[in-house]
Design a protein around this ligand. Structure first.
Ligand code: PSU
Ligand code: MN
Length: 313
């Protein structure tokens, strides 16, 4: 366990980790920058209950007054959800946030890095960051990818959004030795849609097999085997009937990409800009889908955390 002055754990999360009980890490950028108040706080409360119902302890990650914190109290949750100007912190931003004492929301990269460092084995999010469509010119590739190559954790997500270059993202995950499997599917999901148009090599059909894979990866890493120190990305598609309508999706995507290019949106503003464009352009339909994805991923992550704890005994 790292120095307690570097990463602050809530009493509940610390006790659960020490006892080997199931814990699920949760990302905070999707609350602070992917949704607005009060939808974000409502979702945070719902997800908390979903994870507990499934037998695990929820552990939302953020930086509060310069302290990387795992397991947020009500005050920290209020700071995170009611302050749209709060910083978005990737892994490289953590020392800056700590040194300057600010509050910030953590991305997939920084959430996975912090959670893995304290021994949490499962993390639930919505969609991963990835390679942007204009990356050949902009070099815009999310630090989520390189960080997942070094964070030993199972990441439950709904694939990546179609606003990214999905093919390039999958190729980069392969180059970086990040394991990718579908949950009960051989098609990589595209967040709002069940099938991004690209396959995944592996499908895992139940949480026990996910837990066995996670334990095998940990065993290889502990044996010093190169390439085994990264994440396992488990892509959990929406059920049939819940997807965003294909033409609504394609229209929102085209107008969002055009608008981002016209306004010259750059850097870490690109992803939040496109997400909020989607919510506006689909008249809230994408918001409904987004919430459903996060609830489902939190439930599956909790079931996996329970299975990992059981298999570990
Ligand atoms: N993709 C989504 N929803 C999100 C994000 C990505 O579908 O909320 C957020 C996550 O926090 C992710 C971050 O880690 O955006 C990636 O941002 P960037 O592309 O700037 O690395
Ligand atoms: Mn970027």
């Amino acid at each position: 366990m790292p120095d307690p002055n570097t990463i602050t754990l809530s009493d509940e999360v610390r006790a659960a980790i020490n006892a080997g009980r199931p814990v699920v890490a949760l990302e905070s950028t999707l609350l602070a920058h992917g949704l607005s108040y009060p939808a974000n706080i409502d979702l945070a409360r719902e997800v908390d209950a979903i994870v507990r119902d499934a037998g695990a302890i929820p552990a939302t990650v953020a930086v509060i007054r310069g302290l990387p914190t795992i397991g947020l109290d009500d005050e920290a949750m209020a700071i995170l959800t009611q302050n749209p100007g709060i910083s978005k912190l990737s892994a490289r931003d953590l020392p800056i946030a700590m040194g300057t004492g600010i509050d910030g929301a953590t991305t997939v990269a920084s959430t996975a890095a912090l959670a893995a460092a304290v021994g949490i084995s499962v993390f639930a999010t919505g969609g991963l960051g990835g390679v942007h469509r204009d990356a050949r010119e902009s070099f815009d590739e999310s630090a989520d990818l390189a960080t997942l190559a070094r964070a030993s954790i199972v990441v439950v997500c709904a694939g990546v959004k179609s606003l990214l270059d999905i093919s390039a993202t999958l190729e980069r995950l392969e180059s970086l030795n990040v394991a990718v499997a579908g949950y009960r599917t051989n098609r990589f999901p595209g967040f709002y849609r069940r099938d991004s148009g690209y396959p995944v090599d592996w499908s895992l059909d139940n949480v026990t097999s996910v837990a066995r894979v996670a334990h095998a990866r940990t065993a290889l890493r502990r044996s010093g085997v190169a390439g085994a120190d990264g994440a396992l990305v488990l892509a959990n598609p929406l059920p049939e009937g819940s997807e965003l309508d294909a033409s609504v999706h394609d229209e929102a995507l085209a107008s969002g990409l055009a608008e981002a290019a016209r306004l010259g949106i750059r850097g870490k503003a690109v992803t939040p800009f496109l997400l909020s464009h989607f919510h506006a352009a689909t008249g809230g339909e994408s918001l409904r889908v987004n919430l459903e994805i996060i609830r489902r991923n939190a439930r599956l992550a909790a079931e996996i955390a329970v299975a990992i704890a059981k298999e570990g005994r």
